[in-house]
Design a protein around this ligand. Structure first.
Ligand SMILES: CC(C)(COP(=O)(O)OP(=O)(O)OC[C@H]1O[C@@H](n2cnc3c(N)ncnc32)[C@H](O)[C@@H]1OP(=O)(O)O)[C@@H](O)C(=O)NCCC(=O)NCCSC(=O)C[C@](C)(O)C(=O)O
Length: 382
């Protein structure tokens, strides 16, 4: 455009200058202006596509400590150098929860910024840990499968394998598979069967494990609480429950009410651009009617509560994570834990491996997150 023609457009048809900021004029202009959209729709993903995400971030002490403090994760090895040294770390490392949240946050612009629901994640592993502050994170995702949602024809279901790598060495630090509902440009007709249908070979048709629904299940007669947080305490509790109608299951006392920091600041600090967490204007018209907590904040908070009642040595991995309903500002996140197994097969003699199921729930006792976690738990030294 030449300087001459630009002057013409600033004066409309050339009569008097347009006052673009006059509210009426501006409202008319907005009605006619096209929106430069962000994010991808369901149709933009094809099985096998590899997306190298442009954003990256440097994992800093500040980012790690903000995330861990606001989600009540106080494991001393991530805060104190003497405790870190005792655990075999060179210095307090980046916590796997923050690493996971930062890896996912970076992917949102390409994968889920359009909206939709974070349905679940599994096979969360940390092949390259420990990770130290100063590491630059580069992230890539591969489309694993696409499926039709029978219940919501305006959405499709996409599963990606995501890898967070050390930008300098290419080493994979964090890897997982995540499933989201992603808006379609065009809704599809479904058979109304309520079962997701794979749209390509190898598609994920939903987990279908739905424990607890259908027939009203009978809870175990007894709930056993471990006497302490050491490996032996979990072994003893499982032995007590064995052969009886009992579960090793207990709740944690702490709760964390969701506020501006947890709902908006923490996801933004991971470059998570999902409008669900920071755009009250758009979210007013959504099913939640408000911004909602980033799934990783809910999860880390519940895990923080659980870890406060155990002697964690090392996080191994997370599976079958699901986000059951929204957490909104003002909701309080609590945690419930079930101990699934305890095996004396950890990477060091000083610890044993424990598998947990953790359930995050709100002040109304509504489950909002569930998932299994494998962690090495310290043994008693006396
Ligand atoms: C999503 C809601 C509405 C579904 O509620 P519902 O009762 O309808 O659930 P459903 O019937 O069990 O599931 C709906 C469909 O999803 C499928 N499905 C379900 N789970 C899986 C899975 N793991 N893998 C594959 N498929 C799955 C399931 O098979 C079913 O298929 P259908 O439509 O054909 O019947 C409800 O559960 C809900 O509101 N959940 C809360 C979601 C949420 O709050 N997530 C965290 C916050 S948002 C967030 O963090 C965002 C993020 C990180 O920033 C970002 O993605 O960008």
């Amino acid at each position: 455009m030449t300087r001459e023609s630009r002057r013409d457009s600033e004066t409309g048809s050339g009569e008097r200058p347009i006052e673009w900021t006059d509210p009426d004029t501006f409202a008319r202009a907005l009605e006619r202006a096209e929106t430069r959209e962000k994010g991808n729709c369901f149709e933009d993903f094809a099985e096998g596509d590899l997306l190298e995400h442009d954003p990256g971030l440097t994992l800093t002490r500040w980012g790690n400590e903000s995330w861990m403090s606001q989600t009540l994760n106080h494991d001393p090895a991530y805060w104190r150098s003497d405790a870190a040294a005792e655990r075999g770390f060179d210095e307090p490392p980046i916590h796997p929860d923050y690493l996971t949240a930062a890896t996912l946050g970076i992917t949102v612009e390409d994968l889920s910024e359009k909206g939709g629901y974070f349905l679940g994640r599994t096979d969360v592993r940390f092949p390259g840990t420990p990770v130290y502050a100063g590491t630059e994170l580069r992230v890539e995702s591969e489309v694993v499968s696409r499926a039709t949602s029978s219940s919501r024809p305006e959405f499709g279901i996409v599963t990606w394998r995501t890898r967070g790598k050390d930008a300098a060495t290419g080493e994979v630090l964090c890897s997982y598979e995540r499933t989201n509902m992603i808006p379609r440009r065009e809704p599809v007709a479904t058979d109304g069967s309520g079962a997701a249908t794979a749209e390509s070979d190898g598609g994920d048709d939903g987990d279908g494990d739905g424990d607890g629904d259908g027939d009203e299940p009978t809870l175990p007669e007894a709930f056993v609480t471990p006497a302490g947080g050491y490996f032996e305490d979990f072994v003893d509790a499982l032995e007590t429950a064995e052969g009886c109608d009992a579960a090793v299951a207990y709740r944690h006392e702490r709760g964390r009410t969701q506020d501006d920091v947890t709902v908006a600041s923490l996801p933004l600090a991971t470059l998570n651009t999902a409008k669900q967490h920071h755009n009250v204007d758009v979210m007013a018209d959504s099913p939640s009617g408000d911004i909602v907590t980033y799934g990783d904040v809910t999860r880390s908070t519940a895990l923080g509560h659980a870890r406060s009642d155990e002697r964690t040595w090392r996080e191994v991995g997370f599976d079958d994570e699901q986000f059951h309903t929204f957490v909104a500002p003002g909701d309080t996140v609590y945690a419930f834990t079930r101990v699934l197994s305890a095996e004396n097969d950890a990477s060091i003699d000083a610890a044993g491996t424990v598998r947990f199921e953790h359930i995050a729930f709100t002040q109304d006792d509504d489950p909002v997150y569930s998932g299994t976690r494998t962690a090495e738990i310290r043994k008693r030294t006396d």
